[in-house]
Ligand binder design. Structure first.
Ligand code: GNR
Ligand code: NI
Length: 179
């Protein structure tokens, strides 16, 4: 008997965790917006919604291309995929209690621009611009930091960052024993 298994149409990807050195790589621009990239975008949305999170940068799934997804709506109704994003305007200052799927369980206040205007390519490779405020603006800035190899813990004191790193490493050692 031949068993045919339907191919998975989407895949959940593994998220790298601090202090994994791969989170420090600088992403390179996307050169071609093709079906392979659109598949990656779909997988990143699935990974982000499943986590759950409000944003995800390709860097976090070990793909070092300038690509991010975000959805800050309460009902997964406002998905944004930004390819080769560039901030062209910033305005105001806001402080947010930020978290990160790559730094699980830790939340700290970070100061960022309140409002941004960002230029990017959409899923069809068309150049677009959008304005974002509040949590979406914060999220896009957080994701764009990931593309530079930067994490929100880099805005904290060295002492705080080391404390978080040691706790995560200890937690991971325990998890490894249980598994
Ligand atoms: O899910 C996330 N929540 C969040 C909350 C405040 C500021 C930024 C974020 S992004 C984070 C998901 C993530 O780690 N993206 O890189
Ligand atoms: Ni993050």
């Amino acid at each position: 008997m031949v068993l045919r298994v339907a191919p998975e149409i989407m895949a959940k990807l593994k998220i790298l965790e601090f202090p994994d050195p791969r989170l420090r790589k600088k992403a390179v621009p996307v050169e071609s917006v093709n079906d392979e990239l659109r598949t990656l975008i779909g997988d990143m949305f699935e990974t982000m919604y499943d986590a759950p999170g409000i944003g995800l940068a390709a860097t976090q799934v070990d793909v070092h291309k300038r690509l991010l997804v975000a959805d800050v709506s309460p009902d997964k109704s406002e998905p944004h995929a930004l390819i080769n994003p560039v901030i062209v305007e910033k305005d105001g200052v806001t402080v947010t209690d930020e978290g990160c799927l790559s730094v699980p369980g830790y939340y700290e206040e970070v100061e960022r621009a309140e409002q941004i205007r960002v230029r990017f390519l959409d899923r069809d490779g068309e150049e677009r611009e959008m304005e974002a405020t509040g949590l979406l603006a914060v999220c896009i800035q957080h994701e764009m930091d990931h593309l530079e190899g930067k994490l929100f813990v880099d805005y904290l004191s060295e002492a705080k960052r080391q404390r978080i790193r040691k706790k995560l490493e200890k937690e991971r050692r325990h998890t490894a024993v249980v598994m």
